[in-house]
Each structure stands twice: as structure tokens, then as C-alpha cells.
Ligand binder design. Structure first.
Ligand code: HGY
Ligand code: MN
Ligand code: MN
Length: 408
């Protein structure tokens, strides 16, 4: 039988966590940086030890393929992402990639040849931290948007996404290229829950039923910079004051007594960002989520009008940068994961995901599902994010059984 090694998996998680380590056991490993490249090379080295071969597509998605007896059969695909939030944890994304590699290693150790090939993928830019939006790699792969759709998006240093991606691909010119877009037989992503439910109920794994919808907007409020000491307030076009008015109005418009809707302004760039110059421009982001499609559409469609009505002296440009409606996972894949959990002797429950994942785009081209493992205190997108070695090992044991069943 294919036995995963919790110890090998944990050691690899900790080795990966050194790439971009920040105080408090956190990680800052933005996509398309030197750290991301180093993480990819480390994962490739582990995969090659398990007899897998690396290839990269035009979106920068990294695939590690272990051959099957039916060499050209549609592969069973698993994986996640190697990029992190700026103040991220060691487990978000990295776990799903390392877990997939662990399954390849366990298959290799057991000398098992599956009927179908098994592939592990590391998707480009899942987080959308450095370049908005997230999931640009999996969206390009799934055909949701052309691969150059985000080329002009710039990071805080003014670097273009297109240039950062081209540089990554050039740095991996030694790796075989593969066409963009493939149709796997099925896709399963292992991921930390990033919420408190499994821990609160003392359960080992979550069989994920679907992902709530997410809509992101970039709001640019434009006024005029002026001297903080001499410009009369009555004559000012203060972009920061109007941004505050807009965000306050949005808070009212996005109120939800049931606390289901998620509305976040997490990023704000003020220019010239000087204590004695009136702000001439403010750019802020909106992250809006809800599990109900109609609610997400209605609340998101209201964003522009709410902002425009709140402004007193400035103008605003609102651009929707991410539009991912709620998505459900495949019934047969969920049943496969449940059978695998029972076979592995672990406790489980069905549950929805509040976080978005590349799996929601994989689900557009193949039967897809996800396996969650518990997160300590539900913490994520924070250095204190934690899952224990045995919790990760149980999740990977379920992943191994599910992948072996799907791969034959
Ligand atoms: O934002 C998210 O939901 C994901 O963790 N990037
Ligand atoms: Mn993630
Ligand atoms: Mn994340």
C-alpha cells in the first residue's frame, strides 16, 4: 500500500518555510520573486527524486508529472501554490504542493505504477498580494482570461506583471515548456482550512463542497496635492478625506446583520504620502465575498454608485479586478475523498471554503474537489498560521488514497 511519510513531509514544509522566513514563524514569499524561483527549484528537486519530470506553461504554472502505465491518458492533477501573503504563514498553499510531492514520493517508494499519470502543479500568483488579482495562473490555464490579461498590472515598486512573468520564464529556460491549458481527469487540492471549524469539532479533514464568490475592485480617488499649511481647506481636493468618505459609505452599504458577507479594504496607497502635503491621489482595494451569487452580484454592482455619491471634491475610477462567482465541487470527487477518509481511518465532514483557491478555476475544466486540514485557532494570512505534523500527515494520507483511486 502507498504509505505517506509525515516526517518527510514536515521536514520539507520546514525547509520550504525558510525561503522568505519572517519573524514569528511566518513567510513572505511573493510570486515571481527570487524566493518564488528558489521554492520552485526546491520542489522540482524533490519531485525528480520521485521520478517525476518538470514542465512549465506560458502562465508560469509549474507541473511535475509522474508517468502512468497509460502514458497519454488524462492525468490526475493535484497541487496548490507556493506564493504567500506579505505577512503570511508557512502552510497556506505550500502544504498542497508538498502534499502532492509526498504522494509522488510514496508511489515511488512503493514501486506503484498508476494507470493514469499523476501531476502536481504549483500555480502562479494564487494570492494576488504583489499583483492583483489572485489566481492569475489558474485562470489563464482554465481559459478564464488570456495569459497576457494582467501584463500591465504593477506592484508597489512599479514592476509590470508581464515583465516579472517573462523574467521567471527566462530563468527556467532549462525546463521543458508545455502548452497552456490541459484537461486532467480530475483535480484535488489539499489545503489548510484557514478557519476554526475542524479544530472546534475535533475533526481530522474537511471534504470541501464549494467556494464562496469573491469580487475585487481597485478604486483610484484623484484630487490635487497642496501645501498642508497654506492651502485653505475650503479649496482643497483632498483624496484621502474623500477616500475615507467613500469607505465609510461602503461600510454602511455592506452591513450584514448575519455576518455572512465579507467586506475588506486591506490595501491603501496614498500619494504623495507626506505629512505636510494634502493627498492628491489614493488607491485602495475592495475584497467582497459571499456564498450567495445574487447577494454578491447585488452588493458588488452597488460599489460604484456608493463611492461616487460619497465623494465631495474628488473623482474616482473603480475597476473590478477579480470576478469569481460561488462555485461547487464535483459530487463524485467529494465521494471519492470521503471513501479515502474512511479508508484512512480519519474523521471528516463536508464544509464550504471561505477562502478562494485555484481549485475553483480547475473545477471549470475538470471534476474537482479539496481536502482541508485543521488550522490552529483558525488563523491564516498571519505568521501564527499553524497545522501540526500529524494533522498534515492525515490530510496527505487521504489525498494519497483519493489520487490512487482516481489514477487507477
Ligand atoms: O484570499 C484568499 O482567499 C486566498 O487565501 N488567497
Ligand atoms: Mn491558499
Ligand atoms: Mn492565501
Amino acid at each position: 500500500m502507498v504509505e505517506v511519510s509525515g516526517a518527510r513531509q514536515w521536514d520539507r514544509m520546514m525547509e520550504l518555510a525558510k525561503l522568505g522566513a519572517i519573524p514569528g514563524d511566518g513567510v513572505n514569499r511573493a510570486c515571481l520573486t527570487e524566493l518564488d524561483r528558489a521554492a520552485r527549484r526546491l520542489v522540482i528537486s524533490w519531485a525528480e527524486r520521485a521520478g517525476a519530470v518538470a514542465s512549465v506553461d506560458a502562465a508560469g504554472n509549474l507541473f511535475l508529472r509522474r508517468a502512468g502505465a497509460q502514458r497519454d491518458a488524462a492525468p490526475v492533477l493535484t497541487g496548490s501554490h507556493l506564493d504567500s501573503q506579505p505577512q503570511g504563514g508557512r502552510f497556506d498553499g505550500a502544504y498542497g504542493v508538498v502534499a502532492g510531492i509526498e504522494v509522488l514520493a510514496a508511489l515511488h517508494d512503493a514501486g506503484v505504477v498508476t494507470a493514469r499519470p499523476v501531476e502536481v502543479v504549483a500555480w502562479t500568483n494564487e494570492e494576488g498580494g504583489r499583483f492583483q488579482p489572485g489566481c492569475t495562473g489558474s485562470m489563464a490555464w482554465a481559459g478564464v482570461a488570456p495569459v497576457d490579461a494582467w501584463d500591465e498590472v504593477r506592484d508597489l515598486e512599479g514592476v509590470r506583471y508581464g515583465d516579472a512573468l517573462a523574467a521567471l520564464l527566462a530563468s527556467e529556460a532549462d525546463l521543458p515548456r508545455r502548452p497552456l491549458g490541459s484537461r486532467p481527469h480530475a483535480y484535488i487540492e489539499a489545503h489548510i482550512e484557514q478557519g476554526p471549524l475542524l479544530e472546534a469539532e475535533g475533526l481530522d479533514v474537511g471534504v470541501v463542497t464549494g467556494i464562496q464568490g469573491s469580487r475585487w475592485f481597485r478604486v483610484t480617488v484623484t484630487g490635487a496635492s497642496a501645501h498642508a499649511g497654506t492651502a485653505p481647506v475650503s479649496m482643497r481636493r483632498d483624496a484621502l478625506q474623500d477616500a475615507i468618505r467613500a469607505i465609510s459609505a461602503l461600510n454602511v452599504a455592506m452591513a450584514d446583520p448575519d455576518d455572512v458577507l465579507r467586506f475588506t479594504v486591506g490595501k491603501m496607497v496614498v500619494s504623495p504620502n507626506s505629512s505636510n502635503s494634502v493627498a492628491g491621489q489614493v488607491v485602495f482595494t475592495i475584497d467582497l465575498r459571499h456564498p450567495d451569487r445574487d447577494m454578491l452580484v447585488a452588493r458588488g454592482d452597488a460599489v460604484g454608485a456608493v463611492i461616487q455619491q460619497a465623494l465631495l471634491h474628488c473623482t474616482a475610477e473603480i475597476v473590478e479586478t477579480f470576478h469569481a462567482l460561488p462555485s461547487g465541487f464535483d459530487a463524485d470527487v467529494m465521494a471519492t475523498i470521503e471513501r479515502a477518509a474512511i479508508g484512512a481511518g480519519v474523521t471528516h465532514r463536508r464544509m464550504a471554503s471561505g477562502a478562494f483557491h485555484d481549485a475553483q478555476f480547475a473545477a471549470r475544466v475538470a471534476p474537482a474537489g479539496m481536502i482541508f486540514v485543521p488550522s490552529k485557532d483558525g488563523i491564516s494570512h498571519h505568521p501564527a498560521e499553524y497545522s501540526a505534523p500529524e494533522q498534515l500527515a492525515r490530510g496527505t494520507a487521504v489525498l494519497a488514497r483519493a489520487l490512487v483511486e482516481l489514477a487507477g
